[in-house]
Design a binder for this molecule. Sequence first.
Ligand code: PLP
Length: 330
Amino acid sequence: MWRYRELLPVRHPHRAVSLGETVTPLVSLPGVERDLGLRRLLVKDDGLLPTGSFKARGAAVGMSRFLELGGQELVLPTNGNAGAAWAAYGARAGVKVHVLIPRDAPLVTRQEAIAAGADVRVIDGLIGDAGKESARLAAENGWFDAATFKEPYRLEGKKTMGLEIAEQLGWRLPEVVVYPTGGGVGLLGMWKAWQELLQLGLLKSERLPRLVAAQSAGCAPVVAAFQAGAATTEPWPDARTVAFGINVPSPLAGGLMLRDLRESGGCAVSIPEDAIQAERTAAFRREGVHLCPEGACALAAVRALAGSGWLGDAGDVLVLNTGSGLKYPL
Ligand SMILES: *Cc1c(COP(=O)(O)O)cnc(C)c1O
């Protein structure tokens, strides 16, 4: 991802904190494509990044800037993968990382952060509760609070997802991009990336993708607000989903996500829990593609939108698989 260093805020890319963030592949899904009558369906598999999730993009840029700015110790709330990624990049950078993780987050991500040497504290509650504790500990101890959207550089790292998609498709963007949406860093990051490419005149067509936010029916604040025509999200009660990375009942950037979704001509779709599981199993058996639950939720959204006719005769449809299926044993 450092090939895009001119578009990243890191001042000294040669000293960036890096664990080998590869350009992740676009994998075809010919069987699902045929079933749904789509012209082309691609999965961008970010499960191949260090620490097995796309949180590595944000952690690589975030940790690099943290070091450049003289930081030494930070704390962040996480649904699992961000904690694992920041723990690993913290180990690499020699930065002390404190992680606050809900008890129900995938155990493998908690163990990963512990094994990488982070100070991991388990929270009885959801990501919002972890966020409050993070802010409290930051104020009390003078640690930096690296929570989603309290820190500006994770977004810049996730921007590289949008830059890669453009380059991989010959500087012509897909017609529809479906993203499993929690805090929305990837969604806003991709949109920012495409705006920048437009400004730079690097795109062959000025048509930007319709962005789709996929959420679980067990936690769908963005979908509810989108459908209600609201300007911000309302806290989602009793949030619960197997796709734990998108279990964010009260995203800080709700309003920004709604703005970008509407500006792109996109939409927001919620998927029942059993459909997420079914999609995951089916994609593995049919295509050999091992999605994480969040990625399966996004793929299920494509199925729902094909069924409703919303996709029309869209050309390229691209789904983000945000983590490795191996982190979530079937
Ligand atoms: C964090 C995460 C998401 C959601 O990312 P946001 O930037 O919070 O919207 C999706 N999938 C996985 C696997 C994640 O870890």
